[in-house]
Ligand binder design. Structure first.
Ligand code: PPE
Length: 308
């Protein structure tokens, strides 16, 4: 059996490199029923000197362990072992550039909401993944809508964790957006303020100020933190503060950040043109700076890269 769309040679499963097609689980896998599992999304880039580097590997691995801790899951490997396994997976699959998906999930054993002594299992999969919202999206910007679905309250969705089941909310919003002819959805929190997109953080530019919603209601995105640091290092003003829906409508620029989406501008929201209706100068500058960093062209942020 092969997986349509994605394929490769080996998958790391519970400490072993197994053949791609052999990385199977039983239908009684607890996470499959109730969604309690945690994951990461990480990118590896080809650097200008012909090597490959993983972007902010340490931060991603530590967020995986924090997600597990929040969910009372004990990963039976150390952070060092998972880090090494990620690098080994890239080497085994001879993947110079692509996406890395570590997943910790609860295996079979007890059924019912309490997972009992079911084992916590870990898989690491790597595959080639191009521009998440399309090459054209990176260059021209995408079309988005405000979702009719609210982001969970912070006391329902622990935003410091990347928990599998939380993504049902994102999938509802994403599918609605695509069915309605848009590329992506931006979600409001239960207070009505802008939260985040289905798998990206949101930034808004007006005049000389860049704003992004504060952490309590959004995932502490590693791309978000990186872009904030890069922008401030370039003398730009970045505020982590509440943003309303209409602030997006009248912004000069709106853009999204995420491991998969990288830095993607939004050119139209709910049929309102944003700014000039194309990628704006701030998004362009930050996008270029980000791609310089991941390709190893900016020595200042060398510590963010782990050579494979
Ligand atoms: N918010 C959410 C809800 C989210 O899922 C992501 C990552 C982000 C913000 C950005 O976080 P960071 O990657 O650390 O900058 N979404 C991942 C899943 C995408 C998918 O389709 O799967 C990702 O980008 O890897």
């Amino acid at each position: 059996m092969s997986t349509p769309g994605i394929t490769g040679k080996k998958i790391w499963l519970d400490g072993q490199m197994v053949d791609w097609d052999k990385a199977q689980v039983h239908v009684l896998t607890h996470t499959l029923h109730y969604g309690l599992g945690v994951f990461e999304g990480i990118r590896c880039y080809r650097t200008d000197d012909g090597r490959s580097a993983v972007f902010r590997l340490k931060e991603h691995v530590s967020r995986l362990f924090e997600s597990a801790h929040i969910n009372l899951m004990e990963i039976p490997f150390s952070e060092a072992e998972i880090t090494e396994a990620i690098l080994a997976c890239l080497r085994e699959n001879e993947l110079p550039e692509g996406y890395i998906r570590p997943l910790a999930f609860i295996g079979e054993g007890a059924m019912g909401l309490h997972p009992g002594d079911n084992p916590v299992r870990v898989a690491i999969v790597v595959w080639p993944w191009g521009a998440y919202l399309g090459e054209e999206g990176l260059e021209r910007g995408i079309r988005a809508k405000i979702s009719t679905f609210s982001r969970h309250h912070v006391n329902a969705k622990m935003t410091k964790g990347k928990t599998c089941g939380d993504y049902v909310n994102s999938i509802l919003a994403k599918r609605e957006a695509l069915l309605d002819g848009y590329d992506e959805a931006i979600m409001l929190d239960t207070e009505g303020q802008v939260s985040e997109a289905t798998g990206e953080n949101v930034f808004v530019v007006r005049g000389n100020v860049i704003k992004t919603p504060p952490l309590p209601t959004v995932l502490d995105g590693i791309t978000r933190a990186s872009v904030i640091e890069i922008a401030r290092d370039r003398g730009m003003t970045v505020e982590e503060t509440g943003v309303t829906r209409d602030e997006l409508y009248v912004a000069d620029e709106v853009f999204l950040t995420g491991t998969a989406a990288e830095v993607t501008p939004i050119r139209e929201l709910d049929h309102r043109t944003i700014g000039t209706g194309s990628r704006g100068p701030v998004a362009k500058a930050l996008q270029e700076a980000f791609f310089d960093v991941v390709a190893g062209r900016d020595a200042k942020y060398e510590s963010w890269l782990t050579i494979v």
